[in-house]
Write a protein that binds this ligand. Structure first.
Ligand code: GLN
Length: 381
Protein backbone atom coordinates (compact mmCIF):
# COMPACT_ATOMS: atom_id res chain seq x y z
CA UNK A 1 0.00 0.00 0.00
CA UNK A 2 1.12 3.55 -0.50
CA UNK A 3 2.29 4.79 2.87
CA UNK A 4 0.87 8.32 2.47
CA UNK A 5 -2.70 7.09 2.16
CA UNK A 6 -2.36 3.98 4.32
CA UNK A 7 -1.45 6.15 7.29
CA UNK A 8 -4.34 8.60 6.82
CA UNK A 9 -7.69 8.55 8.57
CA UNK A 10 -11.07 9.62 7.15
CA UNK A 11 -11.30 13.41 6.75
CA UNK A 12 -12.45 15.42 9.75
CA UNK A 13 -15.34 16.74 7.60
CA UNK A 14 -16.74 13.27 6.89
CA UNK A 15 -16.14 12.18 10.46
CA UNK A 16 -18.00 15.12 11.96
CA UNK A 17 -20.86 14.95 9.42
CA UNK A 18 -21.30 11.25 10.19
CA UNK A 19 -21.30 11.89 13.96
CA UNK A 20 -23.78 14.75 13.52
CA UNK A 21 -26.13 12.43 11.59
CA UNK A 22 -25.74 9.60 14.11
CA UNK A 23 -26.38 11.80 17.12
CA UNK A 24 -28.99 14.01 15.49
CA UNK A 25 -26.75 17.03 16.20
CA UNK A 26 -26.90 20.36 14.37
CA UNK A 27 -24.12 20.28 11.78
CA UNK A 28 -21.94 23.38 11.93
CA UNK A 29 -18.93 21.23 10.97
CA UNK A 30 -18.36 20.41 7.29
CA UNK A 31 -18.53 23.59 5.22
CA UNK A 32 -21.52 23.55 2.92
CA UNK A 33 -24.55 25.82 2.61
CA UNK A 34 -27.77 24.42 3.99
CA UNK A 35 -29.72 25.85 1.07
CA UNK A 36 -28.91 24.91 -2.52
CA UNK A 37 -28.04 27.67 -4.96
CA UNK A 38 -30.52 29.40 -7.31
CA UNK A 39 -33.35 27.44 -8.90
CA UNK A 40 -32.63 28.79 -12.40
CA UNK A 41 -29.15 27.21 -12.26
CA UNK A 42 -30.63 23.88 -11.16
CA UNK A 43 -33.13 24.13 -14.02
CA UNK A 44 -30.33 24.87 -16.48
CA UNK A 45 -28.61 21.65 -15.33
CA UNK A 46 -31.83 19.65 -15.63
CA UNK A 47 -32.45 20.99 -19.12
CA UNK A 48 -28.86 20.32 -20.17
CA UNK A 49 -29.17 16.75 -18.85
CA UNK A 50 -32.40 16.07 -20.72
CA UNK A 51 -31.38 17.74 -23.95
CA UNK A 52 -27.83 16.37 -23.96
CA UNK A 53 -25.37 15.62 -25.31
CA UNK A 54 -24.18 13.80 -22.22
CA UNK A 55 -21.05 12.38 -23.83
CA UNK A 56 -17.45 13.34 -23.11
CA UNK A 57 -16.83 17.05 -23.41
CA UNK A 58 -13.34 18.20 -24.47
CA UNK A 59 -10.78 17.41 -21.77
CA UNK A 60 -10.06 21.08 -21.08
CA UNK A 61 -13.79 21.82 -20.77
CA UNK A 62 -16.67 23.01 -22.93
CA UNK A 63 -15.72 26.14 -24.90
CA UNK A 64 -18.88 27.88 -23.63
CA UNK A 65 -17.80 27.38 -20.02
CA UNK A 66 -14.18 28.38 -20.62
CA UNK A 67 -15.39 31.53 -22.36
CA UNK A 68 -17.75 32.24 -19.45
CA UNK A 69 -14.90 31.81 -16.93
CA UNK A 70 -12.72 34.23 -18.93
CA UNK A 71 -15.56 36.78 -19.12
CA UNK A 72 -16.30 36.39 -15.41
CA UNK A 73 -12.75 37.05 -14.27
CA UNK A 74 -12.41 39.94 -16.71
CA UNK A 75 -15.49 41.57 -15.24
CA UNK A 76 -14.97 40.77 -11.56
CA UNK A 77 -11.18 40.80 -11.18
CA UNK A 78 -9.95 42.67 -14.22
CA UNK A 79 -7.87 39.67 -15.30
CA UNK A 80 -7.50 38.86 -18.99
CA UNK A 81 -7.39 35.16 -19.80
CA UNK A 82 -7.28 33.49 -23.17
CA UNK A 83 -10.03 30.89 -22.89
CA UNK A 84 -8.37 28.42 -25.24
CA UNK A 85 -4.86 28.34 -23.83
CA UNK A 86 -5.24 29.56 -20.25
CA UNK A 87 -8.30 27.80 -18.75
CA UNK A 88 -9.09 24.16 -17.90
CA UNK A 89 -12.29 22.99 -16.24
CA UNK A 90 -11.75 20.41 -13.49
CA UNK A 91 -13.88 18.13 -11.35
CA UNK A 92 -13.74 20.48 -8.40
CA UNK A 93 -10.90 22.55 -6.97
CA UNK A 94 -9.45 19.52 -5.17
CA UNK A 95 -8.85 17.83 -8.51
CA UNK A 96 -7.24 21.03 -9.78
CA UNK A 97 -4.84 21.08 -6.82
CA UNK A 98 -3.96 17.41 -7.34
CA UNK A 99 -3.37 17.94 -11.07
CA UNK A 100 -1.24 21.03 -10.39
CA UNK A 101 0.98 19.21 -7.90
CA UNK A 102 1.37 16.23 -10.21
CA UNK A 103 2.12 18.53 -13.15
CA UNK A 104 4.50 21.00 -11.56
CA UNK A 105 6.76 19.15 -9.16
CA UNK A 106 9.46 16.54 -9.43
CA UNK A 107 10.22 14.22 -6.51
CA UNK A 108 12.41 16.08 -4.03
CA UNK A 109 11.17 19.56 -4.93
CA UNK A 110 10.27 21.68 -1.94
CA UNK A 111 6.73 22.97 -1.60
CA UNK A 112 5.89 25.81 0.77
CA UNK A 113 2.57 25.43 2.58
CA UNK A 114 0.94 27.66 5.16
CA UNK A 115 -0.44 26.26 8.37
CA UNK A 116 -3.38 26.10 9.12
CA UNK A 117 -4.03 24.51 5.74
CA UNK A 118 -6.85 22.73 4.03
CA UNK A 119 -6.52 19.04 4.90
CA UNK A 120 -6.05 17.80 1.32
CA UNK A 121 -2.85 19.75 0.56
CA UNK A 122 -0.24 17.94 2.59
CA UNK A 123 -1.04 14.32 1.60
CA UNK A 124 -1.25 15.37 -2.05
CA UNK A 125 2.11 17.18 -1.89
CA UNK A 126 3.69 14.11 -0.28
CA UNK A 127 2.13 11.69 -2.77
CA UNK A 128 3.45 13.82 -5.63
CA UNK A 129 6.94 13.44 -4.14
CA UNK A 130 7.16 17.00 -2.85
CA UNK A 131 9.00 17.87 0.33
CA UNK A 132 6.76 20.11 2.44
CA UNK A 133 8.13 23.23 4.05
CA UNK A 134 5.48 24.52 6.41
CA UNK A 135 5.17 28.16 7.43
CA UNK A 136 2.93 28.82 10.40
CA UNK A 137 0.49 31.73 10.41
CA UNK A 138 -0.79 32.92 13.76
CA UNK A 139 -4.09 34.32 15.03
CA UNK A 140 -5.80 36.66 15.19
CA UNK A 141 -4.54 38.20 11.89
CA UNK A 142 -2.78 35.24 10.27
CA UNK A 143 -0.45 37.56 8.28
CA UNK A 144 2.51 36.42 6.14
CA UNK A 145 5.67 37.68 7.84
CA UNK A 146 8.59 38.67 5.64
CA UNK A 147 11.21 37.04 7.85
CA UNK A 148 9.62 33.59 8.17
CA UNK A 149 8.55 33.61 4.55
CA UNK A 150 12.02 34.50 3.29
CA UNK A 151 13.54 31.79 5.47
CA UNK A 152 11.24 29.17 3.93
CA UNK A 153 12.67 29.66 0.41
CA UNK A 154 15.85 27.95 -0.78
CA UNK A 155 17.30 26.62 -4.05
CA UNK A 156 15.04 23.55 -3.92
CA UNK A 157 11.79 25.53 -3.61
CA UNK A 158 9.63 24.85 -6.63
CA UNK A 159 6.09 25.66 -5.59
CA UNK A 160 4.01 27.55 -3.03
CA UNK A 161 0.39 26.67 -2.26
CA UNK A 162 -1.73 29.53 -0.97
CA UNK A 163 -5.39 29.84 -0.09
CA UNK A 164 -7.08 33.23 0.11
CA UNK A 165 -9.58 33.74 1.70
CA UNK A 166 -8.09 31.07 3.92
CA UNK A 167 -10.05 28.08 5.21
CA UNK A 168 -10.23 27.63 8.24
CA UNK A 169 -8.88 30.97 9.54
CA UNK A 170 -11.34 33.07 7.48
CA UNK A 171 -8.53 35.57 6.89
CA UNK A 172 -7.84 37.32 3.59
CA UNK A 173 -4.37 37.95 2.17
CA UNK A 174 -3.66 41.58 1.36
CA UNK A 175 -2.13 42.91 -1.84
CA UNK A 176 1.06 43.69 0.13
CA UNK A 177 1.40 40.13 1.42
CA UNK A 178 0.82 38.69 -2.03
CA UNK A 179 3.31 41.13 -3.58
CA UNK A 180 5.94 40.06 -1.06
CA UNK A 181 5.31 36.42 -1.95
CA UNK A 182 5.40 37.22 -5.68
CA UNK A 183 8.80 38.89 -5.30
CA UNK A 184 10.23 35.84 -3.50
CA UNK A 185 8.78 33.47 -6.11
CA UNK A 186 10.37 35.46 -8.92
CA UNK A 187 13.71 35.49 -7.14
CA UNK A 188 13.57 31.71 -6.58
CA UNK A 189 11.99 30.67 -9.85
CA UNK A 190 8.96 29.22 -8.00
CA UNK A 191 5.33 28.74 -9.04
CA UNK A 192 2.22 29.55 -6.98
CA UNK A 193 -0.84 27.34 -6.87
CA UNK A 194 -3.43 29.80 -5.63
CA UNK A 195 -6.57 28.24 -4.20
CA UNK A 196 -9.07 31.10 -4.51
CA UNK A 197 -12.27 29.10 -4.14
CA UNK A 198 -13.67 31.58 -1.59
CA UNK A 199 -13.02 34.61 -3.83
CA UNK A 200 -16.71 35.63 -3.82
CA UNK A 201 -17.34 34.87 -0.15
CA UNK A 202 -15.92 38.02 1.44
CA UNK A 203 -17.33 40.22 4.16
CA UNK A 204 -17.35 43.78 5.43
CA UNK A 205 -15.13 45.85 3.15
CA UNK A 206 -12.72 43.08 2.13
CA UNK A 207 -11.72 42.89 -1.54
CA UNK A 208 -10.33 39.81 -3.22
CA UNK A 209 -6.88 40.14 -4.76
CA UNK A 210 -5.91 37.31 -7.09
CA UNK A 211 -2.33 36.13 -7.13
CA UNK A 212 -2.72 35.96 -10.89
CA UNK A 213 -2.76 39.73 -10.95
CA UNK A 214 0.62 39.96 -9.21
CA UNK A 215 2.46 36.99 -10.66
CA UNK A 216 0.80 36.47 -14.03
CA UNK A 217 3.27 34.00 -15.58
CA UNK A 218 3.86 31.85 -12.53
CA UNK A 219 0.44 31.45 -10.93
CA UNK A 220 -2.17 28.78 -11.38
CA UNK A 221 -5.38 30.27 -9.99
CA UNK A 222 -8.09 27.86 -8.90
CA UNK A 223 -11.78 28.78 -8.64
CA UNK A 224 -14.90 26.81 -7.73
CA UNK A 225 -18.45 26.96 -9.06
CA UNK A 226 -19.60 25.07 -5.96
CA UNK A 227 -18.59 27.94 -3.71
CA UNK A 228 -19.81 30.66 -6.08
CA UNK A 229 -23.27 29.21 -6.48
CA UNK A 230 -23.82 27.24 -3.24
CA UNK A 231 -23.67 23.91 -5.09
CA UNK A 232 -20.69 22.32 -3.37
CA UNK A 233 -21.52 18.79 -4.51
CA UNK A 234 -21.30 19.67 -8.18
CA UNK A 235 -17.50 19.67 -8.16
CA UNK A 236 -16.88 22.01 -11.06
CA UNK A 237 -13.58 23.86 -10.72
CA UNK A 238 -11.63 26.29 -12.90
CA UNK A 239 -7.85 26.28 -13.31
CA UNK A 240 -6.42 29.43 -14.89
CA UNK A 241 -2.87 30.34 -15.76
CA UNK A 242 -0.26 31.01 -18.42
CA UNK A 243 -0.05 28.57 -21.37
CA UNK A 244 3.31 27.19 -20.24
CA UNK A 245 1.71 26.07 -16.97
CA UNK A 246 -1.64 25.15 -18.48
CA UNK A 247 -0.21 22.84 -21.13
CA UNK A 248 1.39 20.57 -18.55
CA UNK A 249 -1.51 20.99 -16.10
CA UNK A 250 -3.96 19.82 -18.79
CA UNK A 251 -1.90 16.66 -19.30
CA UNK A 252 -2.14 15.78 -15.61
CA UNK A 253 -5.88 16.55 -15.68
CA UNK A 254 -6.52 14.36 -18.73
CA UNK A 255 -5.32 11.30 -16.84
CA UNK A 256 -7.02 12.08 -13.54
CA UNK A 257 -10.63 12.64 -14.53
CA UNK A 258 -10.17 13.50 -18.24
CA UNK A 259 -13.21 15.77 -18.06
CA UNK A 260 -16.17 16.98 -15.98
CA UNK A 261 -19.92 16.29 -16.51
CA UNK A 262 -21.15 18.33 -19.52
CA UNK A 263 -24.60 19.08 -18.09
CA UNK A 264 -23.04 20.72 -15.04
CA UNK A 265 -20.55 22.57 -17.21
CA UNK A 266 -23.38 24.05 -19.27
CA UNK A 267 -25.31 25.06 -16.15
CA UNK A 268 -22.21 26.72 -14.66
CA UNK A 269 -21.60 28.59 -17.94
CA UNK A 270 -25.12 29.95 -17.57
CA UNK A 271 -24.59 30.75 -13.87
CA UNK A 272 -21.37 32.69 -14.43
CA UNK A 273 -23.23 35.31 -16.41
CA UNK A 274 -25.24 36.30 -13.34
CA UNK A 275 -25.36 39.98 -12.50
CA UNK A 276 -23.15 41.48 -9.84
CA UNK A 277 -26.27 41.76 -7.66
CA UNK A 278 -26.38 37.95 -7.30
CA UNK A 279 -22.86 37.89 -5.83
CA UNK A 280 -23.58 40.92 -3.63
CA UNK A 281 -26.73 39.27 -2.27
CA UNK A 282 -24.85 36.04 -1.54
CA UNK A 283 -22.23 37.95 0.42
CA UNK A 284 -24.80 39.97 2.33
CA UNK A 285 -26.78 36.84 3.18
CA UNK A 286 -23.76 34.96 4.55
CA UNK A 287 -22.59 38.04 6.42
CA UNK A 288 -25.97 38.31 8.12
CA UNK A 289 -25.70 34.64 9.12
CA UNK A 290 -22.19 35.19 10.46
CA UNK A 291 -23.37 38.14 12.54
CA UNK A 292 -26.37 36.23 13.87
CA UNK A 293 -24.24 33.32 15.08
CA UNK A 294 -21.48 35.57 16.43
CA UNK A 295 -23.84 37.76 18.44
CA UNK A 296 -25.67 34.75 19.93
CA UNK A 297 -22.36 33.30 21.10
CA UNK A 298 -20.66 36.52 22.19
CA UNK A 299 -23.62 37.27 24.44
CA UNK A 300 -22.80 34.06 26.31
CA UNK A 301 -19.12 34.66 26.89
CA UNK A 302 -17.67 32.99 23.80
CA UNK A 303 -14.72 34.78 22.19
CA UNK A 304 -14.66 34.54 18.40
CA UNK A 305 -11.89 35.36 15.94
CA UNK A 306 -12.47 37.85 13.12
CA UNK A 307 -14.12 36.19 10.08
CA UNK A 308 -13.47 38.05 6.84
CA UNK A 309 -14.07 35.40 4.21
CA UNK A 310 -15.36 31.84 3.59
CA UNK A 311 -18.26 30.30 5.54
CA UNK A 312 -16.41 30.00 8.83
CA UNK A 313 -15.85 31.61 12.20
CA UNK A 314 -13.74 30.12 14.99
CA UNK A 315 -14.27 30.03 18.74
CA UNK A 316 -11.09 30.84 20.63
CA UNK A 317 -11.38 28.31 23.46
CA UNK A 318 -8.86 29.74 25.98
CA UNK A 319 -10.21 33.28 25.42
CA UNK A 320 -13.70 31.87 26.04
CA UNK A 321 -12.56 30.46 29.40
CA UNK A 322 -12.62 26.87 28.11
CA UNK A 323 -9.55 24.96 29.24
CA UNK A 324 -9.87 22.00 26.86
CA UNK A 325 -8.21 20.91 23.65
CA UNK A 326 -10.17 21.68 20.49
CA UNK A 327 -10.75 17.96 19.89
CA UNK A 328 -12.02 17.40 23.42
CA UNK A 329 -14.37 20.36 23.15
CA UNK A 330 -15.63 19.20 19.73
CA UNK A 331 -16.44 15.78 21.23
CA UNK A 332 -18.13 17.39 24.21
CA UNK A 333 -20.15 19.73 21.95
CA UNK A 334 -21.41 16.83 19.83
CA UNK A 335 -22.83 15.25 23.00
CA UNK A 336 -24.71 18.51 23.57
CA UNK A 337 -26.11 18.53 20.05
CA UNK A 338 -23.72 20.43 17.76
CA UNK A 339 -20.96 19.34 15.38
CA UNK A 340 -17.94 21.63 14.90
CA UNK A 341 -14.48 21.19 13.38
CA UNK A 342 -11.41 21.19 15.66
CA UNK A 343 -8.94 23.47 13.89
CA UNK A 344 -5.93 21.31 14.87
CA UNK A 345 -7.07 19.06 11.97
CA UNK A 346 -5.61 21.75 9.70
CA UNK A 347 -2.15 21.53 11.30
CA UNK A 348 0.64 19.09 10.51
CA UNK A 349 2.75 20.08 13.49
CA UNK A 350 1.88 20.09 17.19
CA UNK A 351 1.11 23.31 19.03
CA UNK A 352 -2.02 24.37 17.11
CA UNK A 353 -4.08 27.06 18.82
CA UNK A 354 -7.21 25.71 20.57
CA UNK A 355 -9.93 26.79 18.14
CA UNK A 356 -13.09 25.18 16.87
CA UNK A 357 -14.45 26.17 13.47
CA UNK A 358 -18.16 26.79 12.92
CA UNK A 359 -19.85 26.92 9.52
CA UNK A 360 -22.47 29.67 9.43
CA UNK A 361 -23.84 29.05 5.90
CA UNK A 362 -27.05 27.81 7.50
CA UNK A 363 -30.68 28.78 8.00
CA UNK A 364 -31.40 31.08 10.95
CA UNK A 365 -33.17 28.34 12.85
CA UNK A 366 -30.17 26.01 12.45
CA UNK A 367 -27.77 28.74 13.59
CA UNK A 368 -29.95 29.42 16.62
CA UNK A 369 -30.14 25.74 17.55
CA UNK A 370 -26.39 25.40 17.02
CA UNK A 371 -25.68 28.40 19.24
CA UNK A 372 -28.01 27.05 21.97
CA UNK A 373 -26.22 23.69 21.89
CA UNK A 374 -22.82 25.41 22.17
CA UNK A 375 -24.07 27.45 25.10
CA UNK A 376 -25.37 24.28 26.80
CA UNK A 377 -22.00 22.63 26.17
CA UNK A 378 -20.16 25.58 27.73
CA UNK A 379 -22.42 25.66 30.78
CA UNK A 380 -21.97 21.92 31.32
CA UNK A 381 -18.19 22.24 31.73
N1 GLN B 1 -14.37 22.54 2.14
C1 GLN B 1 -15.20 21.91 3.13
C2 GLN B 1 -14.84 22.42 4.51
O1 GLN B 1 -13.87 23.07 4.70
C3 GLN B 1 -15.07 20.42 3.16
C4 GLN B 1 -15.10 19.70 1.85
C5 GLN B 1 -14.99 18.22 2.06
O2 GLN B 1 -15.59 17.66 2.97
N2 GLN B 1 -14.21 17.59 1.24
O3 GLN B 1 -15.53 22.12 5.43
Amino acid sequence: MNSVYASLGTTIFETMSRLAAEKGAVNLGQGFPEEDGPLDILEAAAKATLEGPNQYPPSRGLPALRQAVAAHYREHQNIDLDWQSEITITSGATEAIAAALLAFIEPGDEVILFEPMYDAYLPMVRRAGGVPSIVRLTPPHWRLQRETLTAAFNEKTRLVVINTPLNPSASVMSREELAMLAELCRAHNAIVVSDEVWEHVLFDDERHVSMLELLRDRTLKIGSAGKMFSLTGWKVGFACGAPALMDVFAKAHQFLTFTTPPNLQRAVAYALSKERSYFDAMRTGFQRSRDRLVSALEGEGFALLPAKGAYFVSIDLPASGIAMSDEAFAKHAIEHGVATIPVSAFYANPGAPALVRLCFAKRDETLDRGAEALIRAKRAL
